[in-house]
Ligand binder design. Structure first.
Ligand SMILES: Cc1cc2nc3c(=O)[nH]c(=O)nc-3n(C[C@H](O)[C@H](O)[C@H](O)COP(=O)(O)OP(=O)(O)OC[C@H]3O[C@@H](n4cnc5c(N)ncnc54)[C@H](O)[C@@H]3O)c2cc1C
Length: 385
C-alpha cells in the first residue's frame, strides 16, 4: 500500500513495480524486504516512519525515473541526502523515499579551487578530501550531516564568520525538477532556480550534484572551550558578545548551555580561531577574563578534527526535538529565562546552542538568494535530547 498526494491509501500494481525495479540501477526496498528497517532509519530516533518504497538511487537517470514514477502514481516523494532533517522531512509514511546516499561521486580541482560533490556525501567525506589540498568550504559542525540538505538550507559552520555560508560559495547545482528535467542552476543558467536553491531547501527539485568554490583553510585551527556555572550566563554571554564583536572574523564562536560531565549545568563558550597559534591565544585571553571557569581547555587540532569534535553530542538514533530562532543580541532578558528553562530540562544531554553569524555572512545582501536571515547575528537552537 502507498499513500497518494491526496492522502488516499492505494495498492501498487505489481506489474508497474516490477517494471520500475527493472528500469533502475539502484535498489528498491519495500516493507518486509531484507534491509528495509535499516534503510528507513533517519538521524532523529523519534522519526519512525514506514515508506512504501525506498529507492537507493545510483545515477541521475535513477532520480529521473523515481520522480516520474511518483508523478505517474501520485505517490508522495521524500528526498533524502544525509537524513539529518530534525523534523523528518526526508521520509514519509506510505511514500517513496528517494535515498541519494549511494551518489557519493566527488571531483576536486585544486588548481581552480572547486569541489563537485554528489548528494550522498556527508561533511566528513568532503572535508577529508578538500583538506588534502589545504582547502575547504564552510561545512557543518557535526561531520555526519549530509552536504545536500545542509547546502540547500544555507549552511552555517565554523568558517562562516570568515568565509560566509556554504551557499555563498555554491557556484552551481544540477537539479532534477518535478517534470523530470535535469537542469543546471548557475549564475548564467536558470537564474531563478539558482536563486531559489540557495536557502530554499529541498523545495525546488532534487539536486544530483553541487559545485562549491573552495578557500584555503587549515591544516590546523585553535579551539578554546571554557564553561562557567549557568547562573553566570546572563552577565557572561552579553560580555562575551561584546568581545566577539571586537574580534577579527578569523575568530568564530558558538555559546552553549550544556551539562558538563560532572553533572553541572553550565554556560560554555566554544571559540575557534583560524589565525596563527600566537594570535589565537591572544584573542582567547580576552575571554578568560570573564570569570572563573569550571572547565577550560585550549587545543590546536587539524581542521578535520574540529569538524568531528562534536559528533558524539548529536549521535544518530537518539531521540531529538529541536526549535530554533534568530536573535539580534544576547540580551539578559532572553538569556535569563532560557537558562532557567535549561535547568528544568529532564535530560542532561539537552543543549541550547547560540551560533554567531556575522562577518562575511552579513556582507551578502538579504535579497541576493532565498536565505534572508543575514542581519540577525545569533542562530539559536534549543535541543531536547
Ligand atoms: C546533528 C546535526 C547538526 C547540524 N549542524 C548544522 C550546522 O552546523 N550548520 C547548519 O547550517 N545546519 C546544521 N544542521 C541542520 C542541517 O543542515 C539540516 O538538517 C540539513 O537539512 C541536513 O541535511 P541532510 O542531507 O543530512 O538531511 P536530509 O534529512 O536528508 O534532508 C533535509 C532536507 O533537504 C532535502 N534534501 C536532501 N537532499 C536533497 C537533494 N539532493 N535535493 C533536494 N532536496 C534534498 C530533504 O528532502 C529534506 O527536506 C544540523 C543538523 C543536525 C541533525
Amino acid at each position: 500500500m502507498f499513500r497518494t498526494w491526496h492522502g488516499e491509501e492505494r495498492a501498487l500494481d505489481p506489474g508497474a513495480l516490477d517494471a520500475f525495479r527493472t528500469a533502475l540501477q539502484g535498489e528498491v526496498r519495500t516493507p518486509g524486504d531484507a534491509g528495509y528497517d535499516e534503510a528507513r532509519a533517519v538521524w532523529n530516533g523519534t522519526i519512525d516512519r514506514h515508506p512504501a518504497l525506498i529507492v537507493s538511487a545510483q545515477t541521475v537517470e535513477d532520480v529521473q525515473q523515481v520522480v516520474a514514477f511518483a508523478q505517474q502514481h501520485e505517490i508522495r516523494l521524500a528526498v533524502r541526502g544525509g537524513g539529518h532533517n530534525f523534523a523528518g522531512h526526508s521520509t514519509y509514511d506510505g511514500g517513496i523515499v528517494l535515498d541519494l546516499s549511494p551518489m557519493r561521486q566527488l571531483q576536486i580541482d585544486p588548481a581552480r579551487c572547486l569541489a563537485v560533490p554528489g548528494p550522498g556525501l556527508c561533511w566528513a567525506d568532503l572535508d577529508a578530501a578538500t583538506q588534502q589540498h589545504g582547502l575547504a568550504v564552510t561545512g557543518g559542525q557535526i561531520s555526519h550531516t549530509g552536504i545536500a540538505g545542509f547546502t540547500l538550507g544555507g549552511g552555517m559552520g565554523w568558517l562562516a564568520r570568515q568565509l560566509g555560508l556554504t551557499i555563498d560559495h555554491l557556484l552551481a547545482a544540477d537539479i532534477v525538477t518535478a517534470d523530470g528535467t535535469l537542469r543546471r542552476a548557475a549564475p548564467d543558467a536558470d537564474v531563478d532556480l539558482y536563486w531559489a536553491i540557495r536557502g530554499g531547501s529541498g523545495n525546488f527539485g532534487v539536486a544530483t550534484s553541487f559545485t562549491h568554490r573552495l578557500q584555503p583553510a587549515g591544516p590546523e585551527v585553535s579551539v578554546y572551550q571554557l564553561a562557567f556555572p549557568i547562573e553566570a550566563a546572563a552577565p557572561v554571554f552579553p560580555e562575551a558578545e561584546k568581545l566577539l564583536e571586537a574580534s577579527p572574523p578569523s575568530l568564530s564562536a558558538t555559546f552553549v548551555f550544556l551539562t558538563i560531565p560532572e553533572g553541572v549545568p553550565a554556560d560554555a563558550l566554544m571559540l575557534v580561531s583560524t589565525a596563527s597559534s600566537e594570535l589565537a591565544v591572544q584573542s582567547f585571553a580576552r575571554f578568560r577574563r570573564l570569570g572563573t571557569p569550571v572547565f577550560e581547555e585550549t587545543v590546536r587540532v587539524p581542521y578535520t578534527a574540529l569538524q568531528r569534535m562534536l559528533d558524539q553530542v548529536a549521535a544518530p538514533g537518539l531521540r531529538y526535538y529541536g526549535r530554533g530562532n534568530f536573535l539580534d543580541t544576547l540580551d539578559p532578558l532572553v538569556i535569563e529565562p532560557l537558562a532557567s528553562a535549561y535547568l528544568e530540562a529532564p535530560s542532561p544531554q539537552s543543549l541550547v546552542l547560540f551560533v554567531r553569524l556575522d562577518g562575511a555572512v552579513a556582507t551578502v545582501p538579504p535579497a541576493a538568494m532565498a536565505l534572508a536571515h543575514r542581519n540577525r547575528p545569533w542562530a539559536v537552537t534549543a535541543l531536547a535530547i
